[in-house]
Ligand binder design. Structure first.
Ligand code: FE2
Length: 331
């Protein structure tokens, strides 16, 4: 019954970007006072084909003013989309996370003064989510925005400015090298242990998984594991005539730094050749120009198409609680 549904309106948001006359992100604001979660779920069920298309077209959809305040509310909202779940346990992500529900977990446990650079979720591994949900349970006192960047627009800009670099990305692909600790290291944005990453209790079990995934590896004297991926794509064809800069270059080059990892060694082209640091600086600058910072308000939800838009995290003060949920690729 449409009478029972909530009223939702496309609305502007400060700092919104516009590309080819389309807003980034698209914002849906709920105008119904005292809306019930049941009605929100029904609205999502009836609108999900459209919402899904909008997420892909716009890169991200921001929902404001919905009656969501807990992880359980978020879990119900997400389930209404009927997407396949992407469980953290299955992922090869190197972030340390804590699950709240089967589908919902804390976005990243890294400390507030750590910047998480723009990236496509898990583009440095062979298995990555198709979409992500972010939910603001509690905004930071200061800062803590989630920067979002349209990767298809970035790709077009880079093609103009660095045609050779883009050609190398497309033809050679990328290799990512990462050193994982023997125990979870919550002081790092990439501190997930090799045991947790590969769901392995022993070195032999980890090696089996690495081999199946096509990784090469080396055990270090301190118990850490250095692993290198098979050659992964640096550019994704999302749909005909539309490509994205689908990789972890910006994050790897500017952010993959902790007590174990040196960002200049974290990523090379697929043939082992090195990237030009000056080019990477400019790539990061252009991405920053295209970025929209989600100015989190309590209860906001962002649906991000991971194939189209990159995300990151600004530094913050105070307590910030942003929850996340990942969607597997469509069957
Ligand atoms: Fe992420």
């Amino acid at each position: 019954m449409s009478d029972d549904l909530i009223e939702v309106e496309v609305s502007p948001v400060e700092g919104q970007q516009w590309f080819d006359g389309e807003p980034f992100p698209l914002v849906h604001a709920c105008r119904t006072d005292g809306a019930e979660l049941d009605a929100v779920e029904e609205w999502v069920r009836q609108s999900r084909t459209t919402l899904n298309r909008q997420a892909m077209d716009h890169g991200a959809v921001l929902f404001r003013g919905l009656p969501l305040s807990t992880d359980q509310d978020l879990d119900r909202f997400i389930r209404a989309f009927d997407y396949p779940n992407f469980p953290y346990a299955d992922s090869l992500s190197n972030a340390v996370r804590v699950n709240r529900t089967e589908r919902v977990f804390t976005a990243n446990e890294a400390p507030p003064d750590v910047t998480i650079c723009l990236h496509h979720e898990m583009a440095q591994t062979p298995v990555y989510p198709s979409r992500l949900f972010f939910f603001c349970e509690q905004p930071a006192e200061q800062g803590g925005a989630t920067p979002l960047c349209r990767s298809d627009i970035l790709f077009e800009r880079l093609k103009e400015e660095f045609p050779e670099f883009v050609a190398d990305c497309e033809t050679k692909g990328l290799l990512y090298t990462n050193i994982m600790p023997a125990e979870n290291d919550p002081t790092s944005g990439m501190g997930r242990s090799w045991q947790s990453t590969f769901r392995a209790e022993t070195r032999a079990a980890a090696e089996q998984r690495l081999q199946n995934l096509g990784y090469s590896w080396e055990w270090l004297p301190d118990g850490c594991l250095r692993s290198t991926t098979p050659v992964l794509q640096a550019v994704m064809k999302v749909e005909p005539g539309r490509k994205t800069f689908f990789n972890q270059l910006i994050a790897a080059f500017h952010g993959w730094k902790d007590s174990r990892n040196d960002p200049t060694k974290a990523v090379t082209f697929g043939d082992g050749s090195l990237l030009n640091p000056a080019t990477m600086d400019t790539v990061a600058k252009i991405a920053e120009e295209l970025t929209f910072d989600v100015p989190w308000q309590k209860g906001d939800v962002a649906l991000v198409d991971n194939r189209v838009a990159m995300h990151g995290r600004r530094t913050f003060t105070g307590t910030r609680k942003v929850l996340a949920s990942l969607v597997a690729m469509d069957a």
